[in-house]
Design a binder for this molecule. Structure first.
Ligand code: ADP
Ligand code: ZN
Length: 447
């Protein structure tokens, strides 16, 4: 089902015309209301009426997270504080939290784009939604909640954590759709398995997973273990929260960006020059219709690429690939850029490994070292008959030693750099307890 076909299936030229009009209004709006933008636009010699089409966007200044921090908490608002109806803050994964705010129309837009996202993911009015995204300052919980209601679903506002209770509610209420982080979906899946509940006995049909990077390998695991068809939901609080883009359940071939509201560009991480469709770079988003916190060309730091063209679902909205990582997650290991998601993709192809791993970064002298620590599956641990996988045990066991060599060979061949590999026993790697999971342990000295 397409929630707003009048926008989601617009022919490209009509979408561009809509975006062009909205960009013109946006530039005039921020120039009149936000001192930072007024100063930057005039410093760049751009008068609002010189902006004629969406192509002119490349002339506009870029906004960065530091701009939000510098104007903490409310310095970039384009409306008086009395017009606000909601305030959220980002989870602060990469530093101090940034504060974002919404007018009544922004709250309505937030619901609208999440209703679209849920419909893209397979949800229909009348279905029951188990929402395990955190409620609170984090945008995930409330964003999905309002979207579900807007679509006409009943929403169970479970929030994250308390895994036992999540399972009981899923078994008793029999929801059709679940929303949570991909790492938490794996935690729930493991718990179902522990309780002896087969995927076929779980009522869930669709899962919207996001808020952190994940891979096709994880998708296969979640789909098989929960008996769902999962799609990727992407968003960030600065732009609105979840609902910036979502995969359609039909194709699952890139996430459709709500580009009538959030205009995406891909820029070169070093030079900030636009790159061609299909090429990787940093996703930069412009909020075309937001009132309280409109942003021009917000540098998300997330690495992806765009794909245009017809989609099996009938939507014309441009698609973005799964996020490869953030520019600030990128590790430079002996000169090679390595994203945790690349390591994860290699591990996901090794059948003896469970989808639980951690990356430990350390430094000897001036060299960064990466050690990959990955759990073996319970079945494999039983097969080799070993409970504790200390280095000595692995070194003494030819099967484990061969497995380890196979993994490090795969990493070297795919990523182009050698890394130490350590095998962990089931249960040793960190698990998601509801929110975003940090899999990188940084032991480098702070300079
Ligand atoms: P913070 O920046 O503090 O984590 P947010 O909660 O707004 O604050 O998180 C937004 C970020 O989360 C995005 O910029 C992106 O890095 C990550 N993210 C969100 N959804 C996804 C997704 N589907 N895939 C990969 N990363 C995602
Ligand atoms: Zn589609």
């Amino acid at each position: 089902m397409i929630f707003e076909p009048e926008f989601e299936t617009l022919p490209p030229d009509r979408m561009r015309a809509l975006q062009s009009g909205r960009l013109r209004d946006l530039v005039a709006y921020v120039a009149a209301r936000v001192p930072m933008y007024r100063d930057r636009l005039s410093a760049a010699g751009i008068s609002p009426d010189a902006v004629r089409s969406i192509d002119d966007i490349t002339r506009l200044p870029i906004t960065r997270k530091s701009d939000l921090r510098d104007h903490y908490p409310f310095g970039l608002l384009a409306v008086p504080q009395a017009d606000l109806r909601r305030v959220h803050a980002s989870s602060g994964t990469t530093g101090k939290a940034t504060v974002v705010a919404y007018t009544a129309n922004d709250v309505a837009l937030f619901a609208q784009v999440n209703a679209r996202a849920l419909a893209m993911a397979g949800a229909t009015p009348g279905m029951l939604l188990h929402n395990a995204y955190g409620y609170g300052l984090f945008t995930g919980g409330l964003g999905i909640h309002y979207g579900g209601e807007r679509l006409g679903m009943a929403v169970v506002p479970v929030s994250g954590g308390m895994t036992d209770r999540q399972l009981t509610l899923i078994q008793d209420f029999r929801p059709h759709v679940i929303t949570c982080t991909p790492s938490y979906a794996l935690t729930l899946a493991a718990e179902f398995r522990r309780r002896g509940i087969a995927p076929d006995d779980i009522s869930l049909q669709y899962a919207l997973l996001g808020a952190e990077p994940w891979t096709e390998g994880m998708r296969r695991q979640v789909d098989a273990a929960l008996g769902v068809r999962s799609t990727n939901i992407y968003g960030l609080s600065e732009i609105i929260g979840p609902g910036v883009s979502n995969e359609c359940v039909e194709a699952r071939d890139g996430s459709h960006v709500m580009e009538d509201h959030f205009y995406p560009e891909i820029l070169d991480p070093e030079t900030a020059a636009p790159v061609a469709d299909g090429q990787e770079g940093v996703l930069v988003l412009t909020t075309l219709t937001k009132e309280a916190l409109p942003l021009l060309r917000y540098w998300t730091g997330d690495i992806t690429s765009l794909a245009r063209g017809a989609c099996a679902c009938g939507r014309t909205l441009v698609r973005m690939r799964l996020i490869k990582g953030r520019t600030d997650d990128m590790l430079i290991i002996r000169g090679v850029n390595v994203y945790p998601s690349q390591v994860e993709s290699v591990l996901a192809r090794v059948p003896e490994l469970a989808p639980h791993y951690r990356l430990v970064v350390s430094r000897t002298g001036t060299m960064d070292e990466l050690r990959v620590e990955s759990e073996v599956t319970e079945a494999y641990a039983r097969e080799v008959g070993i409970e504790v996988l200390s280095e000595d045990v692995v070194a003494a066991d030819r099967r484990l030693e061969q497995l380890r060599a196979r993994i490090s060979g795969g990493l070297r061949d795919t990523i182009g750099v050698s890394m130490a590999v350590r095998l962990l026993a089931p249960g040793e790697a960190p698990r998601s307890e509801g929110g975003k999971l940090n899999r990188v342990v940084d032991r480098r000295p702070r300079d």
